[in-house]
Design a protein around this ligand. Sequence first.
Ligand SMILES: [Zn+2]
Length: 203
Amino acid sequence: MSNKYSYAVWSTIQDNKACEVCKELDQLHWIPDLPDTPQKPPHPNCKNPKGCRCIAVDWNDSETFAFIRMAGGKATFKQIEELEEKKYDPIRKQQEKLKISQEKSSLADDMKKSEPEKAILLYRESIEIRIKIAEKSKDKWNWRDLDYLYNKLTMLLEKQGNYEEALNEINKCKKLKHKELWIKSITESINKRELRLKKKLQK
Ligand SMILES: [Zn+2]
């Protein structure tokens, strides 16, 4: 499968000639690439005279994918329904978004040397999610960690020689709220970078 967040949904032809085995599996959400998860239909040895006419529909959604993965690679329709309900719970939704943001930044940490361009993209995405969370929340502590992320992002941009972008990002982060929550040493490192970049750009 091409997309790394792809999963499949088992779908029986919803008529009275649907096969018995597949009726049980109808609306199963699963990740076919994982071991110990079902093969895609049609399933072999179908006892239905019409044979197995069932299909798997492919979907991409990182949140659902993460949920199915956590459930061991497959989730019943009931479990998926419960997940959908939770999506409307704002606190739960925020926690899930936070998790996605953290996953992106730790992935960026891992690949900042091997694939800096991708790491830059991931830090940016992570920051974007964090800012959205913080803007929606009344809890000022949601503004923390942005110092860390901006520091990493601008460090990489500087290393890449992309001074203008680095300075641009520093200007953006300086406009954020609740910078008093930032870690002093990180703030200092960003400030030093700002001075350095300004000098470099003057040349
Ligand atoms: Zn079938």
